[in-house]
Design a protein around this ligand. Sequence first.
Ligand code: HEC
Length: 125
Amino acid sequence: MKTRIVLMTLCLGAGLWVGCHPVPQVADAPQVAEVPKPGQLTFEKHCASCHGPTGKGDGYRMFNPPVADLTSAKVYTQLAPQLIRTVHEGRANTAMGTWENVLSDQDIEDVIAYLRSLRKDSDPR
Ligand code: HEC
C-alpha cells in the first residue's frame, strides 16, 4: 500500500514536471555558430592546408621557407592593401602562390578580413 502511494506521487510529480517544462523546440535553438564568417570557406578550402586551420602556420604541408603565421604581429600590422597584394601576387621563390586567377577581389578581401578575425580569436603575443 505504501509503495503504491509513493509510486503514484512519483508519477504525478513527473507528469507535472513535464507539463510545466515545455520541451524546447528545435527552432528555438540558437543557430549563430552554424553560419560561416565571410572568407572562412575560402580560407578553409584554399589556405588552411598550408597555413593551418587557425592560420598559425601549422597546416599539414611543410615548406622551406616555412609557411607564414597569419596571426603574427608581422602580418596583422600590415595594412589590408599590402596583404591583398601578397595574396594576389604570391611570394616569389616560396610556396605562397598567386591567387589572382583563382579568387575574386571580393574573395581576397573577405579572406583577409577572416585572417584578422583569427588574430582576434587567438592569444596576443
Ligand atoms: C602551398 C602552401 C600555401 C598556400 C595554399 C597558401 N599559402 Fe600563404 N604563404 C605560404 C608560405 C610558404 C608563405 C611565406 C612566404 C614568405 O616566406 O615570404 C606564405 C605567406 C603568406 C602571407 C604573407 C605573410 C607575411 O609575412 O607577410 C599571406 C598574407 C598569406 N600567405 C595568405 C594566404 C592566403 C589568404 C591563402 C589562401 C588564399 C594562402 N596564403 C595560401 C604558403 C601557402
